[in-house]
Design a binder for this molecule. Structure first.
Ligand code: PLP
Length: 430
């Protein structure tokens, strides 16, 4: 399988090279040149995510140096479940993606990427520093995935004071080869600093850098696996397609769902739920695509004004009118996030994180507009990660899952970093 740039002006690459390159030289995103086509029966006898992933991703690895390693990579990455549970409202389910080490769905992609990159390093003299900007969850997942891995370092940049206290603790708790840098600035500032470092050839010659942002194929492709597992389980039980509502920021999670459907998995409708950052819903309502500065909301991991994976959607559906017919997209403001969290708890005892609540709210709207069939809300983080928002709304405490509790029990340390590229450059050279 070759990977081509969404902008069509860069040479096609194999998978390993595309993962190592990150952003294509023409500024585009790497996308599979063609998509395999599966039938549900092709997965007969495969139940675990690791088994399903090894089969689903095989064509994506064909001809690559990592092809023979794929089953081992899947076994190493997919070590925790993605259960599908019934909700209290009829025919509604929730796909829980927060059972990994850092209690958010980004553990799936980060662990798979780390398992790939580990195999692509061949005792080079200098360690590779994975540099990542985070609004909270990505940094923790990447830190956890690479912590203690020989040959790698991680530098996490996050906006000081703008992540939840538990997110901040997680980012600083790894130590060893993982450095947490709290930047006196916004998430956009962090992202700008990371881009500057990745574009600094002189720096990279001294201190090799790698990226792990949401455009990485090493994160995108494995995310198809949990959609495949959930849709196949539903298909086997009901002979019906499962519809999904996906909480959306950079569209990485949603594009994985789109790719899984395009590969023939029994997925029906896909609805995108955003917070008040409404570039995507506005586009689907007929406006031109118009990136905006991001706005701070209760669902902070989705505070994205210029969703980076939008280019992949357009590449898959070049005709805007057709693209608009393929998906539903709706915006949910903070007020509705709050109401959803408090009402679902009061009525049904269900507890959701603010990101998941956007999707729950969109499903409630779709149902009241007459949507039929079986729907699954995608739950992207455990509510205990956002206890400062959730607990006052439900009036009780949220139990902390064991893996998260382990991280929170460790001491944490973050280094202060000025919002200044020279400061970052010095730090990376040291
Ligand atoms: C990253 C994140 C999202 C958004 O996912 P994208 O792939 O950027 O669309 C949603 N919810 C949580 C909890 C996240 O960490």
């Amino acid at each position: 399988m070759k990977y081509v740039s969404t902008r069509g002006q860069a040479p096609a690459l194999g998978l390993s090279a595309a993962i190592a390159t990150g952003l294509a030289p023409d500024g585009g995103l790497y996308t599979p040149q063609s998509l395999p086509r599966f039938m549900p029966e092709d997965f007969a006898g495969r139940e675990s995510i690791a088994d399903i992933a090894a089969h689903l991703l095989k064509p994506f690895f064909t001809g690559d140096a990592l092809a023979a390693e794929l089953p081992a990579i899947c076994a190493e990455a997919f070590t925790f479940p993605a259960p599908l549970h019934a909700l209290s409202t009829p025919d509604d389910q929730v796909l829980e993606l927060f059972h990994g080490p850092t209690a958010a769905f980004k553990d799936f992609g980060a662990r798979f990427l780390a398992a790939c990159m580990r195999r692509l390093r061949h005792d080079e003299a200098k360690p590779l520093t994975i540099i990542v900007a985070t609004s909270g969850d990505t940094g923790a997942a990447v830190g956890a995935a690479f912590a203690g891995m020989p040959g790698f370092r991680v530098a996490i940049l996050y906006p000081d004071g703008r992540v939840s206290p538990r997110q901040a603790h997680q980012l600083g708790c790894f130590g060893g080869n993982v450095r947490a840098l709290r930047v006196a600035g916004s998430f956009d500032d962090c992202q700008r600093l990371v881009k500057q470092a990745l574009a600094d050839e002189a720096l990279r010659a001294q201190a090799p850098l790698g990226s792990a942002n949401s455009i990485s194929l090493g994160r995108l492709l494995p995310q198809m696996a949990y959609y495949a597992q959930a849709a196949l389980a539903h298909w086997r039980a009901h002979e019906a397609k499962l519809h999904f509502v996906v909480p959306t920021g950079n569209l990485g999670n949603a594009v994985a769902c789109v790719l899984a459907r395009a590969c023939g998995l029994p997925i029906g409708a896909i609805a995108l739920a955003t917070n008040a950052n409404r570039v995507i819903p506005d586009f689907f309502a007929g406006a031109d695509y118009a990136p905006q500065p991001s706005r701070a909301t209760l669902a902070n991991a989705m505070d994205v004004g210029a969703p980076s994976n939008f280019e992949r959607l357009v590449w898959l559906y070049p005709d805007a009118a057709q693209l608009r017919r393929e998906f539903v997209a709706q915006t949910v403001d903070d007020e509705a996030i709050r109401t959803t969290i408090s009402t679902r708890y009061a009525q049904y005892g269900e507890v959701f994180c603010p990101h998941t609540a956007t999707a729950v709210h969109v499903l409630e709207r779709l149902r009241s507009d007459g949507a039929q069939g079986n729907w699954a809300v995608v739950s992207t983080a455990h509510p205990a990660k956002f206890e400062g928002i959730v607990e006052p709304l439900i009036g009780t405490s949220v139990a902390v899952p064991t893996s998260l509790a382990e991280l929170l029990d460790r001491p944490a340390h973050a280094e202060a970093l000025a919002n200044d590229y020279a400061a970052l450059r010095n730090m990376l050279r040291s």
